[in-house]
Each structure stands twice: as C-alpha cells, then as structure tokens.
Design a protein around this ligand. Structure first.
Ligand code: IPE
Ligand code: IPE
Ligand code: MG
Ligand code: MG
Ligand code: MG
Length: 304
C-alpha cells in the first residue's frame, strides 16, 4: 500500500505512539473529574468517551513536534496533549449524535448518547471543550506562547476553515454530488485543522520560532488531509470490529468522501504523496523530526 519509509529508519513507531498515549492518558486521568464528582452523570459520560480507547494521535503529534523543536520532550507537554484529546473527543461525541452522523459505536464501545442519553452527551461534549481551555490557560510555557496556542486552537476548531465549519460542510454535503473541491474543503476543515494545530501547538509549546512554526504548519496541513483521506478509505476497506466504529457508514449516509470522488486506489496514492510532501517541510529540523515523520507515516499506514 504505502511507499517505503524514507526517513526515520530504525524508529519504533508503535513504541512512540504507545508512550505518547500513556503520557496523555495519565494526564487525562488526573485532569478529568472523577466519575463520582457531582454531577456524576456528566463526569461518567466524559470519562466513558475519553477512556473508550482512542489512539491519541493528536497528542502524539504534539509531542513529536515538540521534540522536533526542542530535541527532547518538554516538561508539561502532556497537558497540551490532554487538552487536544479532550477537544477531539468532544468532536466525536457530537459527531455521533443522532442529529449528526447518528452512530451507536465509537472506540469499540456504545456511543456517549446511547449510554447516557442525548442531553448528557451534548453537555459532555461541551464540558470537554470548556475544560480543555481551562487546561490550556494553565500551560507551563511563556504566557505569550499560551495565548498564541489558545488562539490557534480556537480558530482550528471554529467555523472558518475549522472543525465546526468542516462538520457543517460535511453534513450539508450529504446527498450532493461530491466534487474534488468539496471534499478538499470538508477534509481540511473538519479533521485537518485539528491535526495541523496539534503539530503547530506542540512546536510553539517547545519554543518554535516563526519560521519553525510555519514549517510545522505546512507539514500539519498535508498530514491532516492525508489522515482524513485514510479515515474515508478505512470506512470502505475495514469492518466495524477492526475500526471500533460502524464501517461502511459513509456510503449509507451518502457522504462526500475522497474515495467517492477518486476511488480507493487513488485515495491511497494521494495520502502517500501528501505524506512525502509533508516530510519536505521538515528538512530544517534534521533528525529531531524523525519521530514526527514516523508518526505521519503511521497516520496513513494505520488499519483503524
Ligand atoms: C476519528 O479520529 C475521527 C476523525 C476525525 C476522522 P481518530 O481515528 O483519531 O479516532 P480515535 O481518537 O483513535 O478514536
Ligand atoms: C469526523 O469525521 C470529524 C470530526 C469528528 C470533527 P467522520 O464522521 O468521518 O469521523 P468518523 O468516521 O465518524 O470517526
Ligand atoms: Mg462525521
Ligand atoms: Mg462520523
Ligand atoms: Mg469517517
């Protein structure tokens, strides 16, 4: 499927992802109120979705971007990762609601609204979003970097070229004839923007200068688009047990997807090409970016 890894040879990407996920999980465990905390229903719902078994790829990307800049893992990066994962999980809870994609399986478990009801699921998504910003406000980095990270994340999850805007285009794109321009706009916004900002924020947290932040932005844009192309492909090629979510859903919902426009084979080629192009943006980081490149490669080679 994918071409040979060009860089990062010798890197154990599954170990990188596992270690990043473990770091993130420990932070999330400490940050999200215990299920017993009043009101218990919402804390149980938040924990149900956050700890259902996500891959933690956005925190992992943030960690690897910080290493590209800093040469090692900067202290406190796990709080940034936790906030990104909370925002991502909020987007998933809402994505699965009956009014949006109407899914009952997520991360191998019944979706939040199936277990806790729609009202609590909506509020659990809201709560993950607000708590994410509380955590971001306390990031252990210079105040100017904190403000910049918050601004970029708010933008990336917002309505103009951001996650919410992308979700709107995705919903309004159902039952329309999908075009290349439409799926490009949907994918860059609904998923690409949060992936891109995860990379950029990780870099800024680690002290990236403007030129480094720009390079990470270019990398993140390409990797983010590749990520959603692969999400669409996996929806066609894998089963629900493998995905932990309902396979074949895009076809039954008549979604505007990359394979619907270009076919599965071309989609995989496009994802591969985007990752190769993304690598070029990281030249100036030298071998400190090898982990980031390995994770980007993993984004397109994953099977769930
Ligand atoms: C799935 O994202 C939803 C999209 C944005 C396409 P992931 O594939 O990262 O899902 P988890 O976090 O591992 O469950
Ligand atoms: C979800 O896209 C994007 C966001 C949650 C913002 P999808 O609808 O394709 O994600 P899955 O396939 O349900 O995970
Ligand atoms: Mg959706
Ligand atoms: Mg969905
Ligand atoms: Mg999908």
């Amino acid at each position: 499927m994918a071409s040979q890894v060009q860089t990062g040879i010798g890197i154990d990407v599954s170990a990188l992802v596992r270690e990043g996920a473990e770091l993130t999980d420990r932070a999330l465990e400490a940050l999200i109120p215990a299920a017993a905390t009043t009101p218990s229903s919402i804390h149980s719902a938040m924990r149900h979705s956050v700890f259902a078994g996500g891959k933690r790829l956005r925190p992992v990307l943030a960690i690897q971007a910080s290493i590209a800049v800093h040469g090692g893992v900067p202290k406190g990066i796990e709080d940034l990762g936790a906030a990104l994962e909370m925002l991502h999980t909020y987007s998933l809870i809402h994505d699965d609601l009956p009014a949006l994609d109407n899914d009952d399986l997520r991360r191998g478990k019944p979706t939040c609204h199936v277990v806790f009801g729609e009202a609590i699921a909506i509020l659990a998504g809201d709560a993950l979003q607000t708590q994410a910003y509380e955590i971001l406000a306390g990031l252990k980095c210079p105040a100017a970097s904190t403000v910049e990270i918050i601004r970029l994340i708010a933008q990336a999850t917002g309505t103009v070229d951001g996650m919410i805007g992308g979700q709107v285009l995705d919903l309004e794109g159902e039952h329309q004839k999908p075009t290349a321009a439409l799926v490009d706009a949907i994918h860059r916004a609904k998923t690409g923007a949060l992936i891109r900002v995860s990379v950029v924020a990780g870099g800024i947290f680690a002290g990236a200068n403007a030129e480094q932040a720009k390079a990470l932005d270019i990398f993140g844009r390409k990797a983010g688009l590749a990520f959603q192309i692969v999400d669409d492909v996996l929806d066609v090629t894998q089963d629900s047990a493998q995905l932990g979510k309902t396979a074949g859903k895009d076809l039954t919902s008549d979604k505007a997807t990359w394979p619907a426009v270009f076919g599965v084979e071309q989609s995989l080629l496009d994802a591969d090409r985007l990752i190769e192009e993304a690598f070029a943006a990281l030249d100036s980081f030298g071998e400190h970016a090898d982990g980031l490149k390995a994770v980007a490669r993993y984004l397109v080679e994953r099977k769930n």
